[in-house]
Design a protein around this ligand. Structure first.
Ligand code: FES
Length: 96
């Protein structure tokens, strides 16, 4: 049974994208299909900073340290390139 997750981008004109669970967003989101930008894709640069609404596993320690540095006041901030997709989520790009 395939487990498709819908990634949507509220507040933008980008249509939702369906991806199998655990697919790496940095391999599937592009400047054509999403508002999210990627740089390093390894959780270091912070370019892919987003707010996430929906169930996802908590960040690893390395990701949490970057989030605490860049956006200490946004509790649902995540690095899109480090995100483990397990269910439908909404993403909003954070401008810093
Ligand atoms: S692309 Fe650099 S932290 Fe995600």
């Amino acid at each position: 049974m395939s487990n498709l997750c819908t990634v949507s981008f509220p507040g933008t004109d980008y249509p939702p994208i369906n991806l199998p669970a655990h697919k790496n967003l940095s391999e599937h989101l592009t400047i054509q299909n999403s508002p999210v930008l990627f740089g390093c894709r390894t959780g270091i640069c912070g370019t892919c900073l987003v707010e996430v609404i929906g169930e996802i596993p908590p960040p690893e320690l390395d990701e949490q340290e970057i989030l605490d540095t860049l956006v200490p006041n946004i509790s649902n901030a995540r690095l899109a390139c480090q995100l483990d997709l397990i269910t439908n989520i909404q993403i909003r790009k954070i401008e810093i």
